[in-house]
Design a protein around this ligand. Structure first.
Ligand SMILES: Cc1cc2nc3c(=O)[nH]c(=O)nc-3n(C[C@H](O)[C@H](O)[C@H](O)COP(=O)(O)OP(=O)(O)OC[C@H]3O[C@@H](n4cnc5c(N)ncnc54)[C@H](O)[C@@H]3O)c2cc1C
Length: 446
């Protein structure tokens, strides 16, 4: 088949590679100057950085993890034991917070343990799972964990009242700690959360984009850069994209953007797609001089408003020694925002660096490089209307003949490994279609 793939992020590139191997004639259309999407990295002076915040390579699925490592090249990977902390007022607390409560003040430890046990008891008595995220936090974690971490942190990152958020996305995202772990943590016994990320990998050179570069290796000539999708319409049995005929179309660009150019879309679905608002992230590379390497941390969370605008700081030069030149280290700071509410001008960047100094992460006078990157599509706005809206949209597309996948092509809160897993699922269905010639509704595992 002659196949158009819209978008050259990790999802589109994985599908391009697999379909090219099957001898299909593939064309990838990408708006940006370089491929990689949210996995893109860049060189700023002698510093390497990931444009959408420090990315790590990991997966719960061994087959996907192996495939990713092979694409980067195993000799080009640094293995790191994850060390993450929350900067909680005057001290560092291990992450996830539930596993770190032993490091809190005695009063906060008591609040967290009491609240957690009360929540377990309420659930045992049959308290139903609430729909909104704010109530879910109380229901699942209890009042202490809610007050001391979950509410301030989530209000900061999601930039909205948590009552307005749906709770269904949290499964698998917010750690589900067994009660024994909470009790152990409270009395100071070591427990480990998020064990699937206990080890992670990062490319020695090239930033995380080494992954997407590896995926697209050998098919670079199939990718048309600086080529925004401007029109998509049905033509006979096939499609026309930007005026060129194709047998099959795979979408990985945000559905909100697709709705602007897809002429034959159902009008109700078009309206629904336009209501899918993204949460954006501004990532800032901060490079600084130092005689001694930074603490051996992977990243830290800054849950409180008085810690400045960033919600997470990646210790990016710890991911690979090549991410910063000798005698220097680097951080990637992440600040979420909605709409056009953030302008990273000099005053804003100065204030951000000052907040890092106030958190004792660096001395302002040592800073040699500050570079912001805006990522309009970063997180999914999990508002209360979202689950039903996206279910209607996916159902319509899955019957429509156009296959739509990817973080914003399907609006799934997925990391790159899960995007790759989805691309594998899509590939199996396209293979079947190519062999039988009989279109069937697309379907994906939950
Ligand atoms: C802050 C943050 C941290 C993350 N950390 C990790 C991590 O540590 N590990 C991990 O594995 N994953 C991480 N992720 C997730 C990972 O980045 C994404 O899941 C993945 O990159 C999504 O790939 P995609 O191809 O589906 O979408 P995208 O990367 O968004 O690709 C879509 C592509 O479509 C292009 N496009 C858009 N509109 C048009 C148009 N009109 N015409 C043509 N092209 C267009 C875009 O330029 C883009 O290249 C993180 C994400 C964020 C936001």
């Amino acid at each position: 088949m002659k196949i158009a793939i819209l978008g050259a992020g990790v999802t589109g590139l994985t599908l391009a590679r697999l379909l090219h191997q099957d001898q299909h004639q593939v064309t990838v259309l990408e708006r940006a100057k370089t491929a990689g999407g949210l996995c893109r990295s860049s060189q700023v002076g002698d510093f390497t950085c990931d444009e959408a915040g420090g990315h790590i390579l990991f997966s719960k699925k061994q087959k996907i993890l192996d495939w990713m490592k092979d694409r980067v090249g195993r000799e080009n990977l640094v293995e790191t034991e994850r060390q993450t902390r929350i900067l909680w007022h005057d001290r560092y607390v291990p992450y996830p917070f539930e596993n770190g409560i032993g490091a809190l003040t005695p009063q906060a430890r008591f609040d967290c343990l009491k609240g957690y046990l009360e929540a377990v008891e309420r659930r045992k008595q049959g308290a139903p799972c609430p729909r909104n995220f704010r109530d879910w936090i109380d229901w699942k974690m209890g009042a202490g964990l809610a007050k001391h971490f979950m509410i301030p942190y989530n209000e900061k990152i999601w930039e909205c009242p948590l009552e307005e958020m749906d709770a269904s996305w949290v499964a698998g995202r917010v750690p589900d700690a067994p009660v024994d772990d909470i009790i152990k943590a409270a009395v100071g016994l070591k427990t480990e959360g998020y064990t699937h990320q206990a080890l992670f990998w990062f490319p020695k050179t090239g930033g995380f984009q080494a992954l997407t570069d590896g995926i697209s290796g050998g098919i670079e000539d199939r990718i048309q850069l600086q080529t925004p999708v401007q029109s998509l319409r049905h033509k006979g049995e096939g499609y026309q994209v930007n005026g060129e005929d194709f047998d099959f179309v795979i979408n990985t660009i945000p559905l909100k953007e697709l709705a602007e150019v897809y002429e034959d879309m159902d009008e109700d679905i078009r309206r629904e797609c336009k209501e899918l608002h993204p949460l954006s992230v501004c990532t800032v590379l901060v490079g600084y001089k130092t005689d001694s390497p930074p603490d051996p941390l992977s990243w830290i969370y800054l849950p409180f408003q008085d810690q400045g605008p960033a919600n997470r700081i990646t210790f990016f030069s710890n991911y690979s020694p090549n991410n910063a030149p000798p005698g220097h280290a680097s951080y990637m700071a992440e600040v979420t925002y909605r709409g056009n509410s953030l302008k990273p001008d000099q005053a804003w960047l100065d204030a951000l660096v000052t907040s890092l100094e106030d958190c004792k992460l660096l001395r302002k006078s040592d800073v040699v490089q500050v570079q912001p990157f805006l990522n309009r599509y970063a997180y999914i706005d999990q508002n209360l209307a979202f689950p039903q809206r996206i279910a209607r949209i996916r159902q319509w597309f899955d019957q429509s003949g156009i296959l739509t996948v990817g973080r914003f092509g399907r609006y799934e809160y997925h990391n790159s490994d899960q995007c790759i897993a989805r691309a594998f699922e899509a590939h199996t269905q396209i293979r079947e279609l190519a062999q039988t010639g009989t279109p069937k509704p697309f379907h994906f595992s939950s």
